[in-house]
Design a protein around this ligand. Structure first.
Ligand code: ADP
Ligand code: AMP
Length: 208
């Protein structure tokens, strides 16, 4: 099973991806998480650190390289869920070529849809546990007292607004690209986490 999650910042991609990957035993591959790990280790070049913290995209060749290497690992052989990649048409084309060279293809692209006012609240009040990677929300999923919380540098209100604009510009091309390929399924991301999981699982199972 090879699934892509597309959606604006704060739509719930990471939250849903973790639940579905646990249930299905496939890895969640998030370019955002990989870039943040590289940043934490000090191996991400400074110009990319700055691009990320301002909410811009990093160059296509950087993320394509990360995906090429990560999808080659053994745990990705039975399938994977890509979260936050591809974000541009050149990335989507590179992914198609990469999969075709291995005789593989995508099963489905899930677009999680959430209105702007909710996105802002979800992203600005998001907190992540540095040790476990667990995603919390100060209002909807309060963290336990012993969590080692991190507030992402790009989750400040102004930066989230910019990231939503970047997402809208990018999806103007990306969603029709996958729509034309017959892979795109739109899922309503409003509602409690379990309800959204049910909706996502329904479209993913139908694509199997
Ligand atoms: P993304 O990966 O798309 O940026 P996340 O999965 O990190 O989004 O979710 C953003 C924030 O919204 C997190 O704080 C998360 O706990 C919260 N969240 C996710 N799904 C829901 C939901 N269905 N209802 C309320 N809050 C949610
Ligand atoms: P995310 O965790 O998906 O919200 O990504 C956080 C940040 O990482 C983005 O705002 C970009 O700066 C960078 N990033 C993650 N994935 C990509 C991608 N596929 N293409 C370009 N930049 C990306």
């Amino acid at each position: 099973m090879r699934v892509v999650f597309v959606g604006p910042p704060g739509a719930g991609k990471g939250t849903q991806a973790k639940l579905i990957c646990e249930e299905w035993g496939i890895p969640q591959i998030s370019t955002g998480d990989m870039l943040r790990e590289a940043k934490a280790k000090g191996t991400l070049p400074q110009d990319l650190v700055e691009k990320m913290s301002k909410g811009g995209l990093v160059p296509d060749d950087v993320v394509i390289g990360l995906i090429r290497a990560r999808t080659e690992l053994d745990d990705a052989k039975p399938g994977f869920l890509l979260d936050g990649f591809p974000r541009t048409v050149p990335q989507a084309e590179a992914l198609n070529e990469l999969l075709a060279s291995r005789g593989q293809q995508l099963n489905v692209v899930v677009a999680l849809e959430v209105p702007q006012d909710l996105l802002m609240e979800r992203a600005v009040l998001r907190r992540t546990d540095k040790r476990t990677g667990q995603i919390y929300h100060l209002k909807y999923k309060p963290p336990p007292p012993d969590a080692d919380l991190e507030h992402r540098a790009d989750d400040r209100e102004e930066t989230v607004r910019h990231r939503i604009d970047v997402y809208e510009k990018m999806t103007a091309d990306l969603l029709p690209f996958y729509g034309n390929a017959g892979l795109l399924k739109r899922v309503d991301g409003v509602g409690d986490v379990k309800e959204v999981t049910r909706r996502v699982l329904a479209v993913v199972k139908a694509a199997k």
